[in-house]
Design a protein around this ligand. Sequence first.
Ligand code: FMN
Length: 169
Amino acid sequence: MEALEAILGRRSIRKYTAEPVSEADIDTILHAAMAAPSAGNQQPWHFVATVDREQLERMAETTPYGAMLREAPLAITVCADTRALKHDVMWQQDCGAATQNALVAIHALGLGAVWLGFWPKMERVEPLRNVLGLPAGVEPFCVLAVGHPAETKPPADRYDAARVHRDRW
Ligand SMILES: Cc1cc2nc3c(=O)[nH]c(=O)nc-3n(C[C@H](O)[C@H](O)[C@H](O)COP(=O)(O)O)c2cc1C
């Protein structure tokens, strides 16, 4: 799939078949995520790939908006190790870039995913930290529920010329 086609065609997919995501696809998704830019190239990210059904159930309990984790064959938690950062206020942006790279790669592979927001919602972050056994200082930024799509969505054309300002506001 062409890069622009993947970017423009990506949608949040919340229904999945039971088919597992292959290890080769997981590897490709994580390569795409780690190709992201980061502040000072600090690459603060770590990723927890979860396929264990009981663990996915526990993860679903940590957010009010994550019921799809009960069906998804894979969750990828994007984390940041904040214990030795060069640019300490930038890690969320670094993780956002990695997350979007992963989402586009997932779509390009013919898979589907949805971004589940966690950080800085501490009432979600702390339960997820416990479920995943994250050390203090390793922050869970978001979770991607991933699988083979059991729903299709057309591309969303959100281009709005009124949001574009030339030379100054
Ligand atoms: C920071 C962030 C947090 C989100 N959290 C959730 C979530 O908790 N649950 C969910 O179902 N979707 C979540 N989404 C997905 C959005 O609802 C979705 O991207 C938006 O409605 C646009 O739809 P699209 O992704 O199909 O283009 C989140 C997206 C972002 C960027």
